[in-house]
Design a protein around this ligand. Structure first.
Ligand code: 13P
Ligand code: SF4
Length: 324
């Protein structure tokens, strides 16, 4: 069994990429006693080799309960960081350390500290898509699948700051009837969908249902038959009687939708420009080769100051308790 005290191999051992990457990754998984957690926005090959695929909440739960010595997180930095916050003694690997998140970056700790100080009587509920430093300044963490449920548990007279995603925040306000002070952050991917092109697509496919992630802007959400987290969208598509869906979230999830409902058609909602900007450039930095190399080299590893980790753990634990 692998222990985190093993020293990394030297560079001569690390460079070659084997022909059968799937077999090589499986063998490293045994050698390291590793678990591979992947988000739905990862490329299909990574989803196929993962032990668990899920939305942010499911992956946090898996990270909290794993017996593995090594967690290989095929997702973005804040997700791997959350796994490290929950597992300080495990080695947490991210295939590409540059896999960040525009939404997390839209909430810098200094500016958020001032924002929080300007609302001293408010509690802070932060979407998990934020840095450990922002988590450390928060009272409760939420994900897109539990945000509504958690806000409903807060006493009516308790004012709330919701950060960093203004679109999810606005959606939660609509669902709960609660007023909240919103940090004005957003996701570059979910802001890219064109309402006009989506309506044109719906005219071409009148039988299609529009399913959307709550990080989308209000004009897109207004047309949605169903709004939910990535896992919720997947479940909805599987269980709905409809056979055609226009999917307003990162199209990586269509790989699972197509696998689980082979006779249904999934059409990615179109972005405003003729680009691939509905694909998350951060998520897509991870590749199967980089995942293999991360396991082979035991790097890049997620590390964070213990003081920040301990402060960030409290609101994550609160989320796990409140959404159990
Ligand atoms: P969920 O998988 O929790 O819905 O989050 C979507 C997302 O944007 C992850 O970066
Ligand atoms: Fe961040 Fe948006 Fe990419 Fe999710 S899809 S990781 S919120 S930039």
């Amino acid at each position: 069994m692998f222990t985190a005290t093993l020293s990394p191999p030297n560079s001569a051992q690390t460079s070659a990429i084997p022909d059968d990457l799937f077999a090589a990754i499986e063998s490293l998984k045994q050698e390291l006693n590793a678990v591979i957690l992947a988000h739905y926005y990862q490329e299909p090959d990574i989803q196929d080799i993962a032990d668990y695929i899920g939305d942010s909440l499911e992956l946090s739960r898996k990270a909290a309960n794993t017996n593995a010595d090594v967690i290989v997180f095929a997702g973005v930095h804040f997700m791997a960081e959350t796994a490290k916050i929950l597992n300080p003694n495990k080695l947490v690997l991210l295939p590409d350390l540059d896999a960040g998140c525009s939404l997390a970056d839209s909430c810098p700790p200094d500016a958020f500290g001032e924002f929080k100080a300007a609302h001293p009587d408010h509690i802070v509920i932060s979407y998990i898509n934020c840095s450990a430093a922002i988590k450390a300044m928060s009272d409760i963490i939420c994900t897109s699948s539990n945000a509504v449920k958690l806000v409903r548990q807060i006493p009516e007279n308790q004012p709330i700051i919701f950060a960093p995603d203004r679109n999810l925040g606005r959606y939660v306000m609509e669902q709960t009837g609660r007023d909240m002070v919103l940090w004005q952050g957003s996701c570059m991917v979910h802001e890219t969908f064109s309402e006009k092109k989506m309506v044109q697509l719906k005219i071409q496919h009148p039988e299609a249902e529009i399913i959307a992630h709550p990080e989308c802007e209000p004009p897109v959400l207004r047309h949605a038959n169903y709004v939910g987290s990535t896992s919720a969208l997947l479940n909805y598509a599987q269980n709905s009687d409809s056979s055609v869906f226009i999917v307003a979230t990162e199209p990586g999830i269509i790989h699972q939708m197509q696998k689980q409902a082979q006779d249904k058609q999934f059409i990615p909602a179109p972005p405003m420009n003729s680009c691939a900007c509905n694909e998350c450039p951060h998520m897509r930095l991870n590749t199967l080769e980089k995942l293999y190399l991360a396991m082979k080299n035991r790097a890049p590893e997620i590390t964070l100051p213990e003081e920040t980790r301990v402060a960030a753990l409290r609101p994550i634990q609160r989320m796990l308790e409140m959404s159990a």
